[in-house]
Design a binder for this molecule. Structure first.
Ligand code: HEM
Length: 148
């Protein structure tokens, strides 16, 4: 349908430079909820500031991982259900590192913020609606990981 075409077109403009756009997303996320920063620890070391986190190679790898998951969702718009089990397990891993299921709504806000910055005038209400729906299905599948 039309929503799927909007998603594919808009993702093409983001996915060419995933780290650059992921940095916009996570910079916004730490602005909205600084308490998420301590959840990112590599070798038990805590970051002193968002800036330090946003420039750490391990964190840039996490950005790449996030973008790969979104890319998989965009490639499976017709059959998101085949990602259910993977996403449920991914949810469990996030529960294990101390992420609260509710924090994914702040991630969603930050995703829309990043898309707006990247797409400019092309970020229409229809594009926003299409992305909200897709993101909500991904999060719904991940949140199953908190239930079981
Ligand atoms: C792994 C935190 C959101 C995808 C991790 C890890 C942490 C973490 C601490 C383990 C270390 C690492 O691999 O870097 C968070 C926090 C988030 C968040 C605090 C926001 C509140 C997301 C989102 C996605 C995602 C939205 C994708 C939609 C992944 C993937 C892994 C991962 C694919 C690797 C899992 C594996 O090792 O199999 N996350 N994450 N994360 N995260 Fe996140």
């Amino acid at each position: 349908g039309g929503q799927r075409a909007l998603i594919r077109e808009s993702w093409r403009r983001v996915s060419g430079s995933p780290v650059q756009h992921g940095l916009v997303l996570f910079t916004r996320l730490f602005d909205l909820d600084p308490d998420l920063l301590p959840l990112f620890q590599y070798n038990c070391k805590q970051f002193a500031s968002p800036q330090e986190c946003l420039s750490a190679p391990e964190f840039l790898d996490h950005i790449r991982k996030v973008m790969v998951v979104i890319d998989a969702a965009v490639s499976h718009l017709e059959n998101l259900s085949c990602l259910e089990e993977y996403l449920c397990n991914l949810g469990k891993k996030h529960q294990a590192v101390g992420v609260k299921a509710e924090s994914f709504s702040t991630v969603g806000e930050s995703l829309l913020y990043m898309l707006e910055k990247c797409l400019g005038a092309a970020f229409s209400p229809e594009v926003q609606e299409a992305w909200s729906k897709l993101y909500n299905s991904v999060v719904k599948a991940m949140q199953r990981g908190w239930e079981t």
